[in-house]
Design a binder for this molecule. Structure first.
Ligand code: HEC
Length: 138
């Protein structure tokens, strides 16, 4: 009896205990999920953003990029949702390029589901700020 209880418990836990890759993914996925929830709540503010061109402020972006770091902060990082894909490095990328890319996700011209959701939650000011911020990184 003792043997079978132990083996049942062991079997139930083994995917988390032994799958180092998956538990690492779960730890990374949680903050991202929380950031998304925060984005969803910030949605209405984005809708009120002015259409006029806005100047990016790298300092103002420090809070805003907390949700990007989970995916874009790690060299060679691969996210696992909705499928396994490589996350491009955006640090040091040209600000205009980052801004254009985010607007393409928001408009649907680019279709990656994670980035579309994120880009739609950003106002024009947010986009200008994070673009300015990432362009200053090395
Ligand atoms: C869930 C993971 C995830 C999060 C969070 C995330 N990104 Fe991305 N991002 C990706 C992936 C994956 C791609 C590549 C998608 C594709 O193939 O179009 C990408 C692409 C991009 C690109 C285009 C890069 C290029 O070389 O064309 C930019 C710019 C970008 N993200 C900015 C951001 C910013 C800014 C944030 C935070 C506001 C953010 N991302 C948050 C996963 C993420």
């Amino acid at each position: 009896m003792k043997f079978s209880i132990t083996s049942v418990l062991g079997a139930g836990r083994s995917p988390l205990r032994n799958g180092h890759g998956w538990s690492a993914v779960a730890k990374r996925a949680l903050p991202v999920a929380l950031a998304w929830a925060a984005c969803a709540m910030a949605g209405p503010a984005a809708a009120q953003a002015p259409a006029a061109p806005v100047a990016g402020n790298a300092d103002a972006a420090r809070q805003k990029v907390s949700m990007c770091i989970g995916c874009h902060g790690i060299k060679g990082y691969r996210a696992s949702f909705p499928e396994v894909y490589s996350v491009p490095m955006i640090a040091g990328q040209n600000a205009k390029y980052i801004e254009a890319a985010l607007k393409e996700y928001a408009s649907g011209a680019r279709t990656h589901p994670s980035m579309v959701g994120i880009a739609k939650s950003l106002s024009d000011q947010d986009i200008a700020d994070v673009a300015a911020y990432y362009s200053t990184l090395k």
